[in-house]
Design a binder for this molecule. Structure first.
Ligand code: APR
Length: 236
């Protein structure tokens, strides 16, 4: 249930910046990474997912990378839930910004064309040889580009790769513009995403919505529970 003071914080905010992770998409049927039932709780052909999602794996074992990504990361039938929808509505009205770690495209599907996709987007693919954009449906059929036989990859940030300059710049601007930061559905363990809050205004308020404690330092308010329930109760 939405507590009064949380609703008041949202109502009084001039500009809200949301920082989200996989916990906002679990209600849409996409597993997160580090929960008990998360992607990282199992090995794939004896290998840890953190390796399988690395630049090294993509270069050294491209077939293994392709099989893992295709079988475990793509949920094309997943639909946005109330979290994506309410955040999208606030962003499209100009009252909010969104920086997401998620690569599932659900924020865009919810109509949010302002979203900063800090770790990229699975449904944007390209050939690693000639750089040409490739439709993700074609990527699901083959890892090889039909024109030059180059290896196709999704436009996501793999372990060992850096965040795009554009995503970093847009994220810092969104953090600096906010008088209310709302961290939702993330274990907040991955950098540089987690380090973004160090760029907030000194008097910016910080709210965490997560079903387990996270290392965000001192917060203004915390909702320890299901993020979908929280957003279903959020007015305006
Ligand atoms: N409501 C509230 N919290 C939830 C819900 C829910 N319905 N479902 C999951 N959570 C919480 C989990 O308890 C966990 O704290 O969301 C958090 C998800 O954390 P992770 O699985 O670590 O996902 P995330 O923080 O997004 O991972 C960050 O790690 O591997 C990289 O690139 C990958 O973007 C990913 C990054």
């Amino acid at each position: 249930m939405m507590t009064e003071n949380l609703q008041t914080l949202f109502d009084q905010a001039q500009h809200i910046t949301f920082m989200t992770g996989a916990g906002v998409s679990t209600a849409s049927g996409i597993p997160d990474y580090r929960s008990k039932s998360g992607l990282y709780s199992a090995k794939f052909k004896g290998l840890p997912p953190e390796y399988l999602l690395s630049h090294d794996c993509f270069v050294q074992q491209p077939e293994m990378f392709y099989d893992f990504v295709k079988e475990n990361l793509y949920f094309p039938d997943a639909k946005p839930n109330v979290i994506h929808e309410k955040i999208a509505a606030l962003c499209q009205s100009g009252r909010a910004s969104l920086i997401t770690q998620n690569i599932d495209n659900l924020d865009r599907t919810a109509g949010n064309d302002q979203v900063v996709e800090f770790h990229g987007n699975l449904y944007r693919c390209y050939c690693s040889k000639d750089g040409e954009q490739v439709d993700w449906h074609d990527y699901m059929k083959s890892m090889y580009h039909d024109t030059d036989h180059g290896i196709i990859r999704p436009d996501i940030v793999l372990y060992g790769e850096s965040i795009s300059e554009s995503a970093l710049q847009r994220s810092m601007a969104a953090i600096e513009a906010a008088d209310l930061l709302v961290i939702v559905g993330t274990s907040f363990k991955v950098y540089p995403f987690a380090g973004l809050i160090n760029y907030r205004q000194p008097n910016a308020k910080l709210v965490v919505v997560n079903n387990e404690p996270i290392p965000a330092g001192s917060v203004t308010a915390q909702y320890s529970g299901d993020a979908e329930t929280f957003f279903a109760g959020l007015k305006g």
